[in-house]
Design a protein around this ligand. Structure first.
Ligand code: G6P
Length: 780
């Protein structure tokens, strides 16, 4: 929800055009996080605007650069990144709207409108730039509310991009307005650049002239409550970027020629004195109690994945002599991977300061005062002289190498990400199982090995109950797996929507195991429910796709689903891989049960066949396109399922409503007679999931009753079924491969995914960026 991208080149010359293109590409990679409006800010350096034959300038070094970057370009536009791109081409480079393919330097003009010759456009050695794509929360998606936000729109002394929510923005705004500041937007974010300006002036008044950009940012974040990922830029601190994080994800990427980067640290800076201690970065990971290692150290098999990140340690140098480094900040790795694979995940309360080819990370120390944010009383910066008060400590963060491939964030031969991700499912499911479903010499599945969970299996087995918790599609995957968990663990298994856990303040106990399921690993409700469960002492397990995400870090142990990057807002491959990952968990929890040996073995052999069965299902694409053509004008669609396939009905309906924008309801077939039957007539299209499992006969009776009411039926049946077409000869029959009952949901959802995809395209909607939605919902 909202995407941040920022870039700082140090000693690596870049033209304005190159930087703008970098920002736009970065934003496009993050567009799935929000697409209401987008914007960027960058230095408008004289070197870009004036013919400048004085080569001496280039040798003047840091000071000269600091004087140059007086002006800031801020470019914002409503809607998709393509709109921002068109605006930037027109306003910054003087291109016509239809001149889309290349920015022509010969036609470029300066921001004041003067035509420029290509020779005048000189690259800049240092340029700090920030960009943002917005999912509107505070204020409508118009230009004025678009990030970056600024301390004042004429000077743009401080500009900021923000992901998250500032919950105390109202008192802060009131305080700043009392001190004469004028607000222009409806956003919560605007208080941040205004606070930068206010505190910066305050410090100057107090004689604190040497406050660094980082110290200033820390003083600002001290005043904030809520969640944020922030990147700050300022004309007062040219060539510098400061990033801060609490609650919303933020990564830093580093790209340099040497593979080494300087890391300068300082000690406690409460007095503002910077002691440049040059330090070699520690060579080991900090022990982490999380899904990726630490207390639950993952053995090789579990780490054997192709799509996740791998932690490696890099040696850092002490060199600051003419460093050539590029720094990136982004909300997630997909915006980073084409520039650098060397990333560092910022943690809550980290503040990262990049300048002069170095970066430093500090952790803000716990406040001396009980409450952060002082908007009144004698602690408030509002009255009297005010000096920096925040204490911080330099921290080490391991640089990780992304193993994600650039192709994984490209559409390749597909028209849409949703389509690509549906078709990637056979491979994604294999990735989920790779190294975890252990085979014997004859190639049969022998056992399950989940390195990230093995140390906790006994504790989970001793739990009083298992709670499965998530939102949206992830919650549906919990529904799909509940029955198998109950069967194999013989423990009570309850389901919780994460937002409801918080609303109800559910009774969770120390002997509960809570399993949190999330593709992104950053959904605010799920994360909050996790914090709540932790506070109650429950064991917290994560089933997460995004390595390094907040949920994967905060859980005690877990399994990464390894589905690869999922870009389409509607989750598809993550859903099927979540189910498969949880089947593996259920199998591993029941490995000691002799009575379940045969059942477990059948499921394991079934898992081996699953990718092939999903591949078979994908061959139905043309049939589903035809069906979508038939249904494209419909206003409503009902889907009935039960048992293992109640989840299929819910998830199928969710897909249809969220991308095709057709009203759709997933209904537990057992409830049909208690209301939904009233909706049935000869016009209403109804899909019934009636593949051959323990619920088959009951579903046959449902089909009969629907037929008796003239229902317009579409039946998903097993490929060897002969009965259903006799029961409902007029029905459209969709045949899917038969697999073990508890795995059937993985197969059965595929035709519904394809149907919703084709319906969306035929109805002229954007399946990758459905109306009003975003992929990562980082606000409660
Ligand atoms: C949003 C997305 C859904 C997703 C849900 C939960 O609503 O649009 O596709 O299922 O969040 O997200 P998570 O990342 O926690 O699985």
């Amino acid at each position: 929800m909202c995407g941040i991208f920022a870039y700082l080149n140090c000693g690596v010359p870049k033209t304005k055009k190159e930087i703008v293109e970098k920002l736009l590409v970065g934003l496009k990679r993050l567009e799935y996080r929000g697409y209401d409006s987008a914007g960027f800010a960058m230095d408008d350096n004289e070197k870009w605007c004036e013919d400048d034959d004085d080569d001496d300038d280039e040798e003047e070094g840091g000071d000269k650069k600091r004087h140059d970057a007086k002006k800031v370009i801020v470019c914002r536009e409503v809607g998709k990144i393509a709109n921002l791109e068109a605006l930037a081409r027109k306003e910054l480079f003087g291109e016509d709207d239809d001149d889309e393919n290349e920015v022509k330097a010969s036609k470029s003009k300066s921001s004041n409108g003067r035509k420029k010759s290509s020779s005048s456009i000189k690259p800049l050695d240092f340029c700090a730039s920030i960009a943002h794509t917005r999912w509107a929360t505070h204020g409508p998606p118009n230009k004025i509310n678009t990030h970056p936000h600024t301390s004042d729109s004429r000077e743009n002394e401080f500009v900021v991009v923000h992901n998250g929510i500032i919950t105390n923005h109202a008192p802060l705004r009131a305080m700043l307005e009392r001190r004469g500041m004028k607000f222009e937007t409806d956003t919560d974010t605007e208080v941040i650049p205004k606070l930068c300006k206010f505190l910066s002036d305050k410090f100057e008044e107090s004689g604190e002239k040497d406050v660094t950009f980082r110290q200033l940012a820390m003083e600002v974040t001290r005043q904030l409550q809520g969640a944020y990922a922030l990147v700050f830029k300022s004309t007062k601190y040219p060539g510098e970027l400061v990033a801060a994080k609490r609650g919303s994800p933020l990564l830093m990427g580093i790209s340099d020629d040497s593979g080494e980067v300087s890391c300068v640290i300082d000690g406690n800076l409460s007095d503002g004195a910077e002691e440049d201690v040059l330090l070699k970065k520690a060579s080991g990971n900090k022990k982490r109690k999380s899904m990726t290692g630490g207390a639950a150290a993952a053995p090789a098999a579990d780490a054997d994945t192709t799509t996740t990140t791998t932690r490696i340690t890099t040696t850092t140098t002490t060199t600051t002599n003419n460093p050539k480094v590029e720094f990136y900040f982004a909300s997630d790795a997909s915006a980073m991977v084409e520039h650098t694979k060397r990333v560092l995940v910022l943690e809550d309360d980290d503040v990262c300061h990049c300048h002069d080819g170095t970066y430093k990370i500090y952790k803000v120390e716990k406040q001396k005062h009980p409450h952060p944010g002082y908007t009144s009383g004698h602690d408030s910066p509002e009255y009297g002289l005010y000096k920096p008060v925040v204490l911080s400590k330099e921290v080490e963060r391991t640089i990780e190498t992304l193993e994600m491939e650039v192709e994984s964030i490209m559409k390749g031969e597909f028209d849409h990400f949703m389509q690509k991700e549906i078709f990637e499912q056979p491979e994604a499911i294999s990735s989920t199982m790779r190294g975890r479903l252990v085979l014997d010499v004859l190639g049969a599945a022998e056992r399950v090995m989940l390195g990230g969970m093995s140390q906790f299996a006994a504790t989970i087995r001793r739990s009083r109950r298992i709670i499965l918790c998530g939102c949206g599609t992830s919650y549906n995957s919990a529904i799909a797996i509940r029955q198998l968990f109950e069967e194999l663990t013989e423990l009570p298994v309850t389901l919780e929507l994460a937002s409801d856990v918080l609303d109800r303040r559910c009774p969770f106990f120390r002997d509960d195991t809570c399993i949190f399921i999330s593709q992104s690993g950053e959904t605010a409700d799920t994360l909050k429910a996790l914090e709540y469960a932790k506070a109650k002492g429950a064991l917290c397990v994560g089933i997460v796709n995004t390595v390094g995400s907040a949920i994967s870090r905060a859980t005690d142990c877990g399994v990464h689903i390894n589905a690869g990057a999922e870009i389409g807002v509607a989750s598809t491959k993550a859903y099927t891989c979540q189910i498969v990952a949880m089947v593996l968990v259920a199998l591993s929890l029941s490995e000691d049960s002799r009575s379940k040996h045969t059942r477990r073995d059948d499921i394991m052999q079934g898992l081996l066949k699953l990718p092939g069965c999903v591949k078979e299902c994908l061959k139905m694409d043309a049939i589903l396109l035809e069906l979508a053509q038939e249904l494209k004008e419909e206003h409503s669609l009902l889907i009935f399922g039960r048992g293992f396939n109640y989840a299929t009905a819910l998830e199928g309906a969710l897909k249809v409503k969220e991308v095709a924008l057709v009203h759709s309801e997933g209904i537990l077939a057992g409830e049909m007679k208690h209301g939904p039957l009233a909706l049935v007539d000869k016009h209403m299209p109804i899909i019934v999931v009636c593949t051959n499992d323990g619920s088959y006969e009951k579903q046959q009776s449902v089909v009969q009753q629907l037929k008796a009411r003239d229902g317009r039926l579409i039946l998903i049946v097993s490929d060897d079924d002969t009965e259903m077409e006799k029961t409902a000869p007029d029905a459209v029959i969709l045949r899917v491969p038969k697999v073990e009952d508890c795995l059937q949901a993985v197969v059965n959802i595929v035709p519904l995914q394809l149907l919703s995809y084709h319906l969306t395209v035929l109805r002229g909607h954007n399946c990758d960026q459905p109306r009003n939605l975003a992929k990562s919902v980082t606000v409660e």
